[in-house]
Design a protein around this ligand. Structure first.
Ligand code: NAP
Length: 254
């Protein structure tokens, strides 16, 4: 057995929400493993910064403006990516938002935005990208879920609902495409320090709760996500589909 199993040379990846945070970690992990990467998000300056970093490690890249909640934006962006790269082998559905308030105070608009971004957005992007994977008989879809797809915490109404939905969506997609060469899996991270969770990181009580609740006693370090992304994108995981793999320091053990 050699590291060739994890080699992504010649592959093209698309990462939504690749402009910062965990998406940026995925972009750079895939690039370092050999893939060309299309970086998608809404802010051009961030997209250019990350795609510049991909080019600096010797891969092809580009920043592409995509709002995952808008079907026309998704279609237009995927067309542009296919014109530049000709194919997409790996899709990382990662763009995500959160809004934390108790259920009885939860604004309808916040519910709609979280569900549109974290759940409907994944389906819209997969629907645009996967047909050309099926045509070529090979592809990898990686959906960024969360421990909150499996466990509940207060103030996480729409977010936890969206991530539970992502886990189920992953299974349905995996089933439908199992004989067509497209594998679909999800990653379920615990808390990693990014903008999305800065509010919790800066709250000593919440920070302490998360450390205490985690068997390994700490938050995740963003680079600790790299291995699972490369694994699920590569030949090494070719007989795995429909799974959510937790990267959580043991949180979901109990
Ligand atoms: N950080 C954690 O602890 C943690 C834990 C478990 C799961 N996750 C999941 O990991 C993923 C990334 O989270 P993160 O922590 O890296 O968040 P982040 O730092 O806030 O980054 C979110 C990314 O999503 C993009 N985005 C948001 N809305 C979008 C839209 N409508 N269309 C396109 N792109 C959009 C943002 O780019 P623009 O704003 O420029 O568009 C940004 O690139 C999410 O799915 C999140 O649920 C995170």
């Amino acid at each position: 057995m050699t590291n060739d199993l994890f080699d992504l040379s010649g592959k093209t990846a698309v990462v939504t929400g690749g402009s910062r945070g965990l998406g940026e970690v995925c972009v750079m992990a895939l690039a370092k493993a050999g893939a060309d990467v299309a970086v998608c998000g809404r802010k051009i300056a961030d997209l250019e910064r990350v795609s510049g970093a991909v080019k600096a490690v010797g891969r092809k890249s580009g920043g592409f403006v995509m709002d995952v909640t808008v079907k026309a934006s998704v279609r237009d962006c995927v067309e542009k990516i296919l014109r530049k790269f000709e194919k997409i082998d790996i899709l990382v559905n990662n763009a995500g938002v959160n809004h934390r308030v108790p259920v009885l105070e939860y604004p309808e608009e916040a519910w709609d935005l979280v569900i549109a971004t974290n759940l409907k957005g994944y389906f819209l992007v997969a629907q645009a990208v996967v047909p050309q994977m099926i045509d070529r008989g090979y592809g990898k879809v990686i959906n960024m879920s969360s421990i909150l797809g499996a466990v509940a915490l207060p103030n996480q109404l729409a977010y936890a609902s969206s991530k539970g939905g992502v886990d189920q969506m992953t299974k349905v997609m995996a089933l439908e495409w199992a004989k067509k060469g497209v594998r679909v899996n999800a990653i379920g991270p615990t808390y990693f320090e990014t903008e999305l969770v800065a509010q919790l990181r800066n709250d000593p009580e919440r920070f302490h709760f998360i450390n205490e609740r985690t068997p390994m006693g700490r938050w995740g370090y963003p680079p600790e996500l790299e291995g699972i992304v490369i694994f699920l994108a590569s030949r090494a995981s070719d007989f795995i589909t429909g799974q959510t793999i937790y990267i959580d320091g043991g949180w979901t053990i109990w």
